[in-house]
Ligand binder design. Structure first.
Ligand SMILES: [Cu+2]
Length: 503
């Protein structure tokens, strides 16, 4: 009896250690795996089919390998989902990625990554409908690189996600991307290999679809990036100047490449929000004394008019700005970000949404939370999707042509800029309040803590598409799910034993 009591403590300790070790061990990801073998297939049936959904979920719980879900349909590897290689491109661009010393436009030197020797890299520009070819060459980035065309609904094989749509390009290697430019808009490119390091380090640049008939006198890109703790526009901290005669108009294409949302506003004038994430807004009205949010990864095109009295105005962001006015005009005194902001749910004029406003074929929940757990051997507070930890997160299963509704909610204590690859979504409602403004179409959506958004999109771009948080450390921690078309497979693998590390 006394012996038993003496042993109880050590035995309990051994059992506890064994349990923790098992828990820890079971959290480890395989050294090499296909993205399609992870996650929990979610068929996303409308609520009316809640019983069907419960049955499907029960049947699929624990099932790994969604190739099986293709049913009778033929499978298509992502490599086949690419832009035609036979046609002659209209625009051809060589982009060379490097690592090490970066000399910014304002003369400051930082450690990081360059494209063609600079950061940000050159802007890739073409006209609507033109065929663009980009040849990426990795000069000396040890960890390998890719290029993802953020916000561009390119074919899946051109999406640039290491281990999902291609292998990371090793030093000395090249990879060719091709796509046709959409009708308009502001986008950007960045590495999707070790992106929490490479994007922060500057492996990025802007993509612009030039307007055939410009709607402003001047059109300029203002790419916002924070290097070593200092906010810049085009690599320049403080003010950048844009010369513009009184009464003339400019389109300022703000691109937020940072991990957090920012606010833009105009000192000394008014502005209109012409476009969000590459899509023009309908009936944008003048804004004065209010700011507009630019989501992490998001883009906002502002229209400003140089004041008639010959003074200048400033498109301001915390830490940087663009002074717009005649040569030599004094910049207005800087102000603090306005508390009041444009609510894109109510800005501009509504337009019929067509099929997107109708009954969906699939309804998905993307509920973000946080709890203690172990992900790949790392214990701590973890992001959850629908209550589960990575990699047991949903694989949102769709078929081409489906009208999809997704309810994105966040009760995790932090903000998450959610980014779906290959598609644009229209925001239907926020916290149950329906949109009454212009159709608000995004690829990067700030989902604040305690809020929920309902979005809709058409599944019209077959592939395997990452749907992740663009606060990139969060993605690396496991806040990442996938939209997956039935029957699509990938020959690529990721994991610690491979050279592919997309986050
Ligand atoms: Cu996040």
């Amino acid at each position: 009896m006394r012996t038993a009591r003496r042993l109880a403590g050590p035995v309990a300790a051994v059992v506890l250690v064994a349990a923790v070790a098992t828990w820890w061990g079971s959290s480890l990801l395989p050294g090499s795996y296909a993205v399609t073998s992870m996650g929990v297939a979610d068929p996303g049936r409308p609520e009316a089919d809640a019983a069907v959904l419960a049955r499907l979920r029960a049947a699929e719980h624990g099932t790994r390998g969604h190739g099986a879900h293709a049913g009778a349909a033929a499978t298509v590897p992502v490599d086949r989902l690419r832009t035609d290689r036979a046609a002659t491109p209209d625009v051809r661009v060589d982009l060379a990625a490097g690592e090490g010393r970066v000399v910014l436009a304002d003369g400051r030197e930082v450690r990081g990554y360059t494209v063609n020797g600079t950061s940000p890299g050159p802007t890739v520009e073409a006209e609507a409908g033109q065929l663009v070819e980009v040849v990426l060459r990795n000069v000396d980035v040890e960890g390998g690189v890719t290029l993802h065309w953020h916000g561009m609904d390119v074919p899946n094989a051109e999406d640039g996600v290491a281990g999902v749509t291609q292998d990371a390009v090793r030093p000395g290697g090249t990879h060719t991307y091709r796509w046709r430019m959409p009708t308009g808009g502001t986008y950007w490119y960045h590495s999707h290999q070790v992106s929490h390091d490479q994007v922060v380090g500057g492996l990025l640049g802007a993509v612009v679809v030039r307007q055939a008939v410009p709607t402003t006198d001047v059109d300029t890109v203002a790419l916002v990036h924070t290097y070593a703790g200092r906010r810049t526009i085009g690599g320049r901290s403080g003010d950048t100047r844009l010369d513009l005669a009184p009464g003339r108009t400019a389109r300022i294409r703000l691109v937020n490449t940072d991990n957090g949302a920012t606010t833009a506003w105009v000192d000394g004038g008014r502005y209109r929000v012409l476009a969000v994430d590459g899509t023009d807004l309908n009936g944008p009205t003048p804004v004065e004394g209010r700011g507009v949010e630019v989501a992490a990864g998001g883009r906002v095109d502002l229209e400003v008019t140089a004041p008639a009295d010959g003074s200048a105005l400033r498109v301001s962001l915390p830490g940087a700005g663009v002074v717009v006015g005649p040569v030599g005009s004094a910049a207005p005194a800087p102000t603090r970000p306005p508390v009041d902001r444009v609510d894109l749910l109510r800005y501009g004029s509504p337009e019929a949404l067509g099929a997107l406003g109708g009954a969906p074929d699939r309804v998905f929940e993307y509920a973000i939370g946080r709890r203690f757990g172990i992900v790949d051997g790392r214990p701590g507070g973890q992001w959850t999707v629908n209550g589960r930890l990575f990699p047991d997160v949903p694989m949102f299963m769709v078929t081409t042509g489906d009208v999809v509704r997704m309810r994105i909610s966040n009760n995790s204590g932090e903000v998450h800029p959610m980014h779906l690859h290959g598609h644009h979504v229209v925001v239907l409602s926020r916290d149950g309040v329906a949109s009454t403004g212009s159709p608000w179409v995004v690829d990067s959506l700030t989902v604040e803590d305690g809020h929920r958004y309902e979005v809709a999109f058409v599944a019209d771009n077959p592939g395997i598409w990452t749907d992740h948080c663009h606060n990139l450390p969060h993605a690396a921690e496991g806040l990442m799910a996938h939209l997956m078309y039935e029957g699509v497979t990938t020959p690529y693998r990721l994991g610690r034993d491979t050279a592919n590390h997309p986050d």
